[in-house]
Write a protein that binds this ligand. Structure first.
Ligand SMILES: *Cc1c(COP(=O)(O)O)cnc(C)c1O
Length: 397
């Protein structure tokens, strides 16, 4: 049997390569950070990590993780509800609720699981999910796992959302779901308008804060801070794997009855292992640090504003961003790949994206800014973009 499958797989793989969509892993031999070293020996500046607050290799988090290894061991060998809940998990859940101004929190192994396990227990075929067309893959998969009626609206298009809400009046309960920040453009979901439509058409709201938590809002509390909606959104999901230290772990936080039901019925929670104690302990430390100072958020906001202004002044076409994601528009797929390769040889690690990851004719290089970037890192990146941009005719020489 495998002979035939093997031939089939080889053909599939060849097709992926021919389409130019084959994903290679670049091996890094240092901790994650602004300056990294790759296996081939080059040292590069990293502008493509979700390490927004620069916490991925923060000494205080490393120390907290090491301490927890000694005090709480390595792993739990159990799901939460059997014998996999330590004091650290409960404490981290409380810290997350405090951070977002919500009532309760449930942890998952990843936000992929949080999104995969949130819809099915809460909504049935009598209900409706109204989902932004650009929502993350994990939301799309989670919606598929539920029996609710599905409605889709164009990205951040409030007229379309309203149309869908009108149609969804046929159902019992309605849930609007959106990413807080969309990862390809860096735009923020218009939560004020979404919330107003939810009130008008009697719906709940869920927001995935993976790219917005720690980043958006004056103190990094995410889109509910930015739009003055703290405590008013029923469901927030997020990850510990981006701004919040970058290790692993996800969560759903929000109304207490929702969280309570998820603890009873959410399959990735019931049937998958607890996060390791060292991750929980470092997470607690991280939220303690956030409650003491906004230094990292302030630096991230400054860095993003500085980078965006300088790049626009250099003549680059940049999507308006309200996050730490800066899309440098090139429109041409091959150009995006060639330019990213040239930038790498200049010591700048960025990724070019093109169809089907972004719409046809919308190829770009996505830059992700971090609080870990020093002014000289940003200047070096801007200089490299300017040099390569001129060479390739993207900006005027
Ligand atoms: C990264 C991301 C996820 C997945 O988070 P993990 O914790 O890595 O599984 C989910 N949703 C969005 C919007 C994301 O950007």
């Amino acid at each position: 049997m495998f002979n035939r499958v093997q031939a089939h797989l080889q053909k599939e793989l060849a097709g992926i390569r021919e389409a130019g969509l084959y994903k290679n892993e670049r091996v890094i031999v240092t901790p994650q950070g602004a300056e990294i070293k790759v296996k081939s020996g080059e040292e590069v500046l990293n502008f493509c990590a979700n390490n927004y607050l620069g916490l991925s290799n923060n000494p205080k988090l490393v120390a907290a993780a090491k301490e927890a290894l000694d005090s709480h061991g390595y792993g739990l060998s159990s799901v939460r509800f059997i014998c996999g809940t330590q004091d650290l998990h409960k404490k981290l859940e409380a810290k997350i609720a405090e951070f977002f101004g919500t009532e309760d929190t449930i942890l998952y192994a990843a936000c992929f699981d949080a999104n995969g396990g949130v819809f099915e227990p809460l909504l049935s075929e009598e209900d409706a999910i109204i989902s932004d067309a650009l929502n993350h893959a994990s939301i799309i998969d989670g919606v598929r796992l539920s029996k609710a009626q599905r409605y889709r609206y164009n990205n951040a298009d409030m007229a379309d959302l309203e149309e869908q809400l009108k149609k969804a009046q046929a159902q019992r309960f309605r849930l609007i779901v959106t990413d807080g920040v969309f990862s390809m453009d860096g735009n923020v979901a218009p939560m004020d308008k979404i919330h107003a439509l939810a009130e008008k058409y009697d719906a709940m709201v869920m927001v995935d804060e993976c790219h917005s938590a720690g980043v958006v809002g004056k103190t990094g509390r995410g889109v509910t801070e930015l739009f003055n909606l703290r405590g008013k959104i029923e469901i927030i999901t997020g990850t510990l794997g981006k701004a919040f230290g970058g290790a692993i772990g996800g969560f759903t936080t929000g109304k207490k009855e929702i969280i309570e039901l998820l603890r009873q019925r959410s399959r990735p929670y019931l049937f998958s292992n607890s996060i390791p104690p060292m991750v929980a302990a470092a997470g607690i430390k991280m939220f303690d640090m956030m409650s003491e100072t906004n230094e990292l958020q302030d630096r991230l906001h400054e860095n993003t504003a500085y980078f965006t202004q300088k790049m626009m002044a250099a003549g680059f076409d940049i999507k308006p961003t309200a996050s730490a994601i800066v899309a440098i528009m090139l429109y041409d797929a091959k150009l995006s790949q060639d330019m990213a390769a040239k930038l790498l040889s200049e010591g700048i690690y960025v990724i070019g994206f093109y169809y089907p990851v972004v719409p046809k004719g919308q190829a770009r290089i996505r830059v992700q800014i971090s609080a870990a970037h020093k002014r000289e890192h940003l200047d070096k990146c801007i200089a490299a973009f300017t040099k390569v941009g001129k060479e390739m005719g993207v900006i005027k020489g």
